[in-house]
Design a binder for this molecule. Structure first.
Ligand code: ADP
Ligand code: ADP
Ligand code: ZN
Length: 216
């Protein structure tokens, strides 16, 4: 199974992706997480990427496509995966299609999490992330048991630099300009499925699961 999780920043992609990959035994490939991980390790890729990420800009297609290519094909060919946050541009989508073509495969389903701008802002500004394992919380909707501490690993929670106000607005504008066209791109291939992302964590999860079970 090859899936893609799409939606505006803060829609709940990462939250749902973590549960879906457990349920269906898929490799979880999040380009945002890969960049942040590389930054934490002070690798040159991560340091370079963070210059763009911090202000809410996209990392270049060239760099992003290359890290996905390596992740999918370098050691062994990944057959069952969920991509979260990639592709974000038409050029990335075309590159992904070409990569999969080479192995004679294609995406099975693209899940679009639909959320209004007002909800997005609320979710991004209240998001807190674990500095060690990347788990996400929300100050109102999913608070950790102990203030500022990750439930699963005890790591310190922090607010991502790009979740602060100015970058949030940039990211929304960029989403509309560069990423939204992917909805039509995948719709025309007949593999786009929309779920209402404004429901509870569990209701969104059940909706995704229902459509995957029905289709795949
Ligand atoms: P969110 O979960 O809020 O949508 P991500 O963790 O997916 O954010 O991504 C964080 C940032 O990393 C993006 O705003 C962008 O700067 C960079 N990034 C992640 N994926 C890509 C991509 N496919 N292309 C370009 N930049 C990306
Ligand atoms: P994305 O990966 O799309 O940027 P996240 O999964 O990180 O989004 O979710 C963004 C924020 O919204 C997080 O703080 C998360 O806890 C919260 N959140 C996610 N889904 C829901 C939901 N269904 N209801 C309320 N808050 C949610
Ligand atoms: Zn943690």
């Amino acid at each position: 199974m090859k899936l893609l999780m799409m939606g505006p920043p803060g829609a709940g992609k990462g939250t749902q992706a973590k549960k879906i990959v457990d349920e269906y035994q898929l490799a979880n490939i999040s380009t945002g997480e890969m960049f942040r991980d590389s930054y934490r390790k002070k690798e040159s890729l991560g340091l370079l990427a963070m210059e763009f990420i911090r202000d809410g800009h996209l990392v270049s297609d060239e760099i992003t496509i290359e890290i996905v290519r390596r992740r999918l094909f370098a050691n062994h060919v990944e057959k069952n995966f969920l991509l979260d946050g990639f592709p974000r541009t038409i050029a990335q989508a075309e590159a992904l299609e070409e990569m999969l073509d080479v192995t004679g495969s294609k995406l099975d389903a693209v899940i679009q999490i639909v959320v209004s701008d007002a909800v997005i802002l609320n979710r991004m500004v209240g998001r807190r992330s674990c500095s060690i394992c990347g788990a996400t919380y929300h100050i109102d909707y999913k608070p950790p048991h102990q203030d500022g501490v990750c439930d699963s690993c005890g790591g310190v929670l922090y607010q991502r630099e790009d979740d602060k106000h100015e970058s949030v607005k940039n990211r929304l504008d960029i989403y509309k300009e560069k990423t939204k066209p992917l909805i039509d791109y995948y719709e025309s291939r007949g593999i786009l499925f929309e779920v209402n992302g404004e429901k509870s964590f569990d209701a969104v999860y059940q909706a995704i699961k229902a459509l995957l079970d029905e289709r795949l």
